[in-house]
Structures are given as structure tokens and as C-alpha cells.
Design a protein around this ligand. Structure first.
Ligand SMILES: Cc1cc2nc3c(=O)[nH]c(=O)nc-3n(C[C@H](O)[C@H](O)[C@H](O)COP(=O)(O)OP(=O)(O)OC[C@H]3O[C@@H](n4cnc5c(N)ncnc54)[C@H](O)[C@@H]3O)c2cc1C
Length: 457
């Protein structure tokens, strides 16, 4: 049987773009459909613009801290439209690069929505039917919304937050995950009055408890209002802004913007997956095996649409492994174990491996090493902030099971600590590594006495 293409990729985000490019370099005839903008969530409305916003938000503190080092900085002002224009220009440049690199590799891009018309057929929005030996679904995720919330249309999601015409003076953010937490830090740094509302008792569920506590303390020091154990009951348009009402007794709050960052859902609605026989999970995510195969042998899926590890590097690895395996004669799978990650809060979090709580559930003997200290820079700046470093160590094998950092450059540090943890380094290996002095990171190799010890069981 002949097909129009060897591979049809639905979605031009992190996973789809990598898979399409690698498959094409292996000689496959590849077509890729993108309904919005090339680059997907990460480039257009995720990691990249978010990190640029984080940078923008940090200058405020840099200017203030400079005084302790003898600098006199004139009155600093921030101009939202100037920043948004610069950010959009950079995003546009990256978008162009993504498209150009695909075309250079020989991929045909169709700028429209595609849906699945059968196990080996794709329907384009213009009505065209394209047959494909293999189909890769890489449609990512989208922000979850609370459809039952009265006035929900008054709120924005992370999709819109990058394009606000003006900086909100007051913003209420719903959610306790990393996206909510990061935007709370961004807007606080830019000078907005920020309220972070979360239904649980602490932000960043799943992270090490010390890290969660540490960041909450730091956020409070920055004046971010943390409203825990609360949920919205409704949003109402008022002359002065949007009024937010709460369920558990917190007084209503008025804001200029309300950002809902309450989670993300796999982007599978209306894709025609069920009709083609693809099995979906309870949340609408595509169920795949470790080689990214769905229940239909010709259809594969990578990235957020599978709701496994919803991070760009994971989508990229899965897409690359898929293309090498199916088109390059080189079989391998993306390894989802021990993934270093960062939260670009202020201060940043870097984490890899098991939290103390997760390690305790495993029942092994544990040694916990913990240090909190004032970063050297702030001895002169006078800023009231502390850094946290924590190692979770197997008490029997001495293997480092987890590293958790909250402080400046934690994201950069954890990439390197991640290599050591992935390689199975022991605490003795950390200790045998000479410190880099004077740095904050040296604390990772100089912690001598456990702050807690747990016996086996
Ligand atoms: C605010 C925010 C911040 C983030 N920050 C980070 C971070 O710091 N680090 C990190 O690692 N990850 C981060 N992420 C997560 C990261 O963006 C995703 O894990 C990653 O983009 C997933 O890639 P993907 O290829 O699976 O999907 P996506 O990048 O979402 O790409 C899917 C693409 O498919 C397109 N599409 C969907 N349906 C169709 C269709 N039917 N036809 C044609 N096209 C279609 C979409 O328009 C989209 O472009 C962040 C996400 C958000 C929302």
C-alpha cells in the first residue's frame, strides 16, 4: 500500500518538531500540521516567554540591592509595553527558526488544524485527506478551566497572560502548581500586588516539604499574599476591577486581573482519536507504551498529550526516540527516571530525585542533610532572604537519592547535580569533590552532619 507521507505529525511543539525533523533526516517523507504558531507551548506561551518575564521581574531587586555595594541608582520605572514588544519580537524570531529548520530538513508544514480520520489518515481543516504510514500525535496540553465557576470568563489563563495590554496593578492567581507560583513571583517582582490562592494548605504539592515551606516564607517576605485552603466561588465585574469571592470565609478581594493556573489537560478533544480506536485515560490523555505507541499500531503520541512528564525536555526526548526507533533503525526510549527540574519562582527551586517524604515512603534508612543560610551577596545588600540546600541520602548505601535547592541559580545548579544523582553518586562522592569557593553551591559538598536520620522500615 502506498501513502502520501511516511509520517504525519499533528502539532508543531517541542515533541512534534523534534520528531518531524529527525524522521526527515532519516529519509522519511514528513508532513506536520500546526494550527496556531510553530514552536508550541514552550516557545510561544510557556517556558521561553515565562523565563523572559522572570528576568524582567528581577531587575527591581537588583536595583535595590545595588545600593549596598555603593551604587546609586536613579528612580527605576518599568514599562510593560516596551517589555512585551521586545519579548514578542524574540518569540517571533524563535518561531521563524523552528519553521525554517523543519523546512531545511525537508518537512512540509501545513498551517492548519489536523484531525485523525482513521488509523492511517489525517483530515486537514481545508478538507484535504492525507494518508500516512505513521501518525504522531503531539498536540500538547491546554489550561484547565473551572466551567462551573460563575464569572469564569472574567479570568485569564496562562495563554493570555503573555499578551495583556497593560500590567495589572493587582492580580489574583489561583493555583498551587509551578505555573501559578512562577507568575506570582513575576508579578510581585514587577511591582504588582499579588494574591496567590490555593485550595491546599501549601503550594507546590509533590515537592519536598522543606522546599515548600521555604518558598512560602520567602514569598511572604516579598509581600505576596498567600491565601491557602480557599477556592473561588465567583468572579464579578465591578467598576474598579474584578471582585473575587471565596468559599471558606476569606474576605472578597478586588483585582485588575484574575489568572487561573489550576492545571493543564491533554489536548485530545475533537481529534478523532476514539473513533480511530486510540485508548484514552480518564483525563483524556493518550495512553502509550514506553516506545510512545498508542493502542493503534500506526499511531504514536509524545509529550504533554500523554500526560507523563509534562516538561519540554521530556517531549523532545520522546519525539527523538520515536523518530530514531521508527525511521532510523536505532531503537531507544526516553528515560523518565530521575529528572532534574526547576521552578522559576523567586527565589528559584531546583530539584532532582526523591523528596524526603517520598524517600521515607520507600522505607529505606535515610540521612537528611540540610543547610539554610544567607547568600553572600545579601550580606551587603541587606536583603532579608535565605537559601536552602538539602540532600536526601540512603542511610545504608550512601547513595544520594534527592537534591533540593531553593535560592539564586538553583535551576542552573540542579542540572549539574542531576548528572551526579543520575550516575548514582554517593554522599561520599559529593564530599570527595572539592568545593568551589566562594559559591552557594559549595554547600552541596560541605554538609557534614545529618539534620535527621531515619532507620530502615
Ligand atoms: C506557562 C507555562 C510554563 C512552562 N514552563 C516550562 C518550563 O520552564 N520548563 C519546561 O520544561 N516546561 C515548561 N512548560 C511545559 C512545556 O511547555 C510543555 O511540556 C511542552 O511544550 C510540551 O510539548 P508538546 O510538544 O507535548 O506540546 P506543545 O508544545 O503544547 O505543542 C503542541 C502543539 O500542537 C498544536 N496543536 C494542537 N492540536 C492541534 C491540531 N489538532 N492540529 C494542529 N496543531 C495542533 C498546538 O497549537 C501546539 O502548538 C511550561 C508550560 C506552560 C503552560
Amino acid at each position: 500500500m502506498t501513502f502520501d507521507v511516511d509520517l504525519f505529525v499533528i502539532g508543531g511543539g517541542s515533541g512534534g518538531v523534534r520528531a518531524a525533523r529527525i524522521a526527515a533526516t532519516h529519509g522519511a517523507k514528513v508532513m506536520l500540521a500546526e494550527e496556531y504558531r510553530m514552536g508550541g507551548t514552550c516557545v510561544i506561551r510557556g517556558c521561553v516567554p515565562k523565563k523572559l518575564m522572570v528576568y524582567a521581574s528581577q531587575y527591581h531587586e537588583h536595583f535595590a540591592d545595588a545600593a549596598g555595594f555603593g551604587w546609586t541608582v536613579g528612580p527605576a520605572t518599568f514599562d510593560w509595553p516596551t517589555f512585551i514588544t521586545a519579548k514578542d519580537k524574540e518569540i517571533g524570531r524563535l518561531e521563524g527558526l523552528y519553521g525554517a529548520n523543519l523546512v531545511k530538513a525537508g518537512v512540509e508544514i501545513v498551517a492548519q488544524r489536523a484531525t485523525i480520520a482513521g488509523p492511517q489518515a489525517v483530515r486537514l481543516a481545508d478538507g484535504r485527506l492525507v494518508t500516512a504510514r505513521h501518525i504522531l500525535v503531539a498536540t500538547g496540553g491546554r489550561p484547565s478551566s473551572d466551567d462551573t465557576l460563575p464569572g469564569r470568563d472574567l479570568a485569564i489563563s496562562s495563554n493570555e497572560v503573555f499578551h495583556l495590554p497593560e500590567q495589572p496593578k493587582r492580580i489574583v492567581i489561583a493555583g498551587g502548581g509551578y505555573i501559578a507560583v512562577e507568575f506570582a513571583g513575576v508579578f510581585a517582582g514587577l511591582g504588582s500586588e499579588v494574591t496567590l490562592v490555593y485550595r491546599g494548605s501549601k503550594i507546590l504539592r509533590g515537592f519536598d516539604e522543606d522546599v515548600r515551606d521555604h518558598l512560602m516564607t520567602e514569598y511572604q517576605k516579598k509581600g505576596i499574599r498567600l491565601v491557602m485552603g480557599e477556592v473561588f466561588t465567583g468572579l464579578t465585574r465591578k467598576p474598579g476591577g474584578i471582585a473575587v469571592a471565596f468559599k471558606n470565609g476569606h474576605a472578597p478581594i478586588e483585582a485588575d486581573q484574575v489568572l487561573m493556573a489550576i492545571g493543564r489537560k491533554a489536548n485530545t478533544a475533537g481529534l478523532g482519536l476514539e473513533a480511530a480506536g486510540v485508548t484514552l485515560g480518564a483525563g483524556g490523555e493518550i495512553i502509550v507504551d514506553e516506545e510512545s505507541r498508542t493502542s493503534v499500531p500506526s499511531i504514536y503520541a509524545v509529550g504533554d498529550v500523554t500526560d507523563q512528564v509534562n516538561l519540554t525536555p521530556a517531549a523532545i526526548r520522546e519525539g527523538h526516540a520515536f523518530a530514531d526507533t521508527v525511521f532510523g533503525g536505532k531503537r531507544w526510549t526516553a528515560d523518565h527516571a530521575i529528572i532534574p527540574t526547576a521552578v522559576f519562582s523567586e527565589p528559584e527551586i531546583g530539584t532532582v530525585g526523591l523528596s524526603e517524604e517520598q524517600a521515607r515512603l520507600s522505607g529505606c534508612a535515610l540521612d537528611i542533610y540540610k543547610a539554610t543560610f544567607r547568600p553572600m551577596k545579601h550580606t551587603l545588600s541587606g536583603r532579608d532572604t535565605r537559601m536552602l540546600m538539602k540532600l536526601v541520602v540512603d542511610g545504608e548505601t550512601d547513595k544520594v537519592l534527592g537534591v533540593h535547592i531553593c535560592g539564586p541559580d538553583a535551576g542552573e545548579m540542579i542540572q549539574l547535580a542531576g548528572i551526579a544523582v543520575k550516575m548514582g553518586a554517593t554522599k561520599a562522592d559529593f564530599d570527595a569533590t572539592m568545593a568551589v569557593h566562594p559559591t552557594a553551591a559549595e554547600e552541596l559538598v560541605t554538609m557534614r552532619t545529618p539534620s535527621a536520620r531515619y532507620p530502615k522500615g
